[in-house]
Design a protein around this ligand. Sequence first.
Ligand code: RB5
Length: 144
Amino acid sequence: MRKIGIASDHGGFELKEKLKSYLKEKGIEVIDYGTNSTESVDYPVYGKKAANGVVAGEVEKAVVICGTGIGISLAANKVEGIRCALCTNEYMAKMSRNHNDANMLALGARVIGDELAKSILDTFLAEEFLAGRHKRRVDLIENC
Ligand code: RB5
């Protein structure tokens, strides 16, 4: 069974809950790294919790959500080994997997609607890394 991490700040909490149910309905196991309400919190804490879960191998990939998706993606990308892609459409989600081997997806709950968020998440989870010339470039993200 696939195991996916999810986390958000207060701005992304409601979308997190919807995506969590959506993934569970598809038979995907979900590890929730918080937050647990709409009470104001700091997005770096939750971006890093999910990122650490990916790096530790607790989950295969993770989706993180804040108001814009910007802050939580910046925080996740500070964790070594994380490639967190902020996506606003399915094409970006596809390319983030095919070319960038992204292991985390960031979404902006105040930027996109719920149905688009589900569709972006589906694409992100379905697409594979194409490797080849893209592997060299992804390796250079860490080593150049
Ligand atoms: C919180 O108000 C907001 O700043 C946060 O959710 C996010 O959009 C930051 O990038």
